[in-house]
Write a protein that binds this ligand. Structure first.
Ligand code: SF4
Ligand code: SF4
Length: 439
């Protein structure tokens, strides 16, 4: 099969990066690379999606890698995962060949940050502000590649999502559900909250986003629904105002620079110095413009906020606010790549220490994978579950649709992917943002 045929099938099936950003996968498959890397680190504590999917669908994962290597011209496939994912390693090992190998990552955070994964597995470093393809590497996560294999070999569109429901719930589990299923329904599958004052994170405890609409739909990029008490430190940090963050920084930052010492982007050679950004903000110091501009290269891994700072300041929150302003001004960061810190490898955070520091140890639980074909009565499918142009509906209220049927498209000239019905039923609403279907 030709590279463009593979990319076209992936696009038609609506495959996007399942790891969080939702970047259309056909674009990556249209690039040229020499290393095709699978990021199976899943370093967010509590999430159990990729490690179980790799164990359950090793053939599909290998097939997805082979297709990726064909499309990109890569001569080396590298599956990065942790030693503790023993079932996945056992399932994948017999399928390896001269061109595809496993790389065992240390059980550290943020091993799943693709820039850090590439550095750990290949020694290559992505320059600040650049993307992996600039150093000849294409990165995808396991679920994305499983979707690729299904799309190319079976013509199967992306209509389900696997996510972990964990934390303060009665029965932590990992489920595969039709896209558009409400978070409330998946929460009910896990027995509901065990606490009276639940708060919810979409994603992992370090990088997950706080949300309060429990009827929001599961999308192609939803990796986890985590439940915590509303007064948990992870929730409180996400709810305090930026003004409060700045006030605390002004009152307590002693410029110890621990946030910079432990910043993964900084220690692999990027400029990004969180302690200097904090100093610039609290003293209104813009002497060195590149300091503030380097906030654009912050990965929002939350190490500076949740682990490094001894006085509970959040340099990351400042970075997020600075990024928003700089992006509105179309600013770009163009700094150089400095030598990596000789101690870099030792500055990664052991997962066991991280879960203690962020107070989630009681919530790091098994969450077994259940895929029993459960179907909701209704789904709501957002038109924008990917980076790029939102999909445009081609169905109307009252239309009957089948699971897998194309319901919204994106012009071939635009970045984006089409959308498919995830259940059989009839269309009950078409808005500027979503299509709803009921059985
Ligand atoms: S770790 Fe905290 S106190 Fe130290 S420089 Fe960074 S923000 Fe300031
Ligand atoms: S969140 Fe903090 S530690 Fe992580 S990349 Fe950004 S500045 Fe560095």
């Amino acid at each position: 099969m030709q590279a463009h045929e593979i990319a076209e099938k992936i696009r038609n099936a609506g495959v996007v990066g399942s790891g969080g950003a939702g970047f259309p996968t056909y674009v990556k498959f249209s690039s040229k690379a020499d290393i095709f890397l699978v990021n199976g680190a899943e370093c967010e504590p509590m999430l159990k999606v990729d490690q179980q999917l790799m164990a359950k669908y090793p053939e599909l994962l290998i097939r997805g890698i082979e297709l990726g290597m064909t499309a990109t011209g890569a001569t080396e496939g590298v599956i990065c995962l942790k030693e503790k994912y023993k079932e996945a390693i056992a399932a994948l090992t017999p399928l390896l060949n001269d061109h595809i190998r496993i790389h065992i990552l240390k059980d550290v955070y943020p091993a799943g940050d693709e820039v850090i994964t590439i550095w750990m597995a290949t020694g290559r470093r992505v320059p600040p502000g650049a993307i992996p393809i600039s150093i000849g590497v294409v990165v995808n996560n396991p679920l994305t590649l499983i979707n690729v294999a299904r799309a190319v070999d079976e013509g199967m569109p992306v209509i389900t999502r696997t996510l972990t429901i964990s934390g303060a719930v009665h029965k932590p589990l990992t489920v595969t559900v039709p896209i558009g299923t409400s978070m409330a329904q998946v929460l009910a599958m896990a027995g509901g909250p065990t606490i009276a004052n639940p708060a919810y994170l979409n994603g992992g405890p370090m990088m997950g986003k706080l949300f309060d609409d429990i009827n929001a739909p599961v999308t192609k990029t939803t990796g986890g629904l985590l439940v915590f008490p509303a007064d948990h430190i992870l929730i409180k940090r996400r709810t305090i105002s930026l003004e409060h963050v700045i006030k605390v920084a002004k009152a307590t930052c002693d410029q110890c620079s621990l946030c910079t010492d432990l910043c993964p982007r900084h220690f692999i050679g990027h400029e990004l110095p969180p302690h200097l950004i904090v100093r610039s903000v609290i003293y209104d110091d813009t002497n060195k413009p590149s300091t503030l501009l380097s906030a654009l290269t912050c990965s929002e891994c939350a190490i500076c906020e949740a682990y490094a700072c001894p006085v509970d300041i959040s340099p990351m929150r400042l970075n997020v606010a600075i990024k928003e302003k700089l992006r509105a001004e179309s600013a770009r960061y163009e700094g150089e790549l400095y030598p990596a810190d000789p101690m870099a490898e030792h500055r990664l955070i052991p997962s066991t220490q991280l879960v203690g520091r962020i107070a989630v140890r009681p919530y790091v639980l098994d969450a077994p994978l259940i895929e029993d074909g459960w179907e909701p009565d209704s789904v709501t499918l957002p038109l924008s579950q990917h980076i790029g142009t939102p999909a445009k509906p081609i169905v109307s209220v009252g239309d009957r649709v089948r699971s897998g049927q194309l319901i919204a498209t994106v012009s071939p000239d635009d970045l984006g992917v089409p959308l498919h019905a995830s259940i059989n039923g009839h269309v009950t609403a078409v808005t500027a943002h979503a299509i709803s279907i009921s059985t």
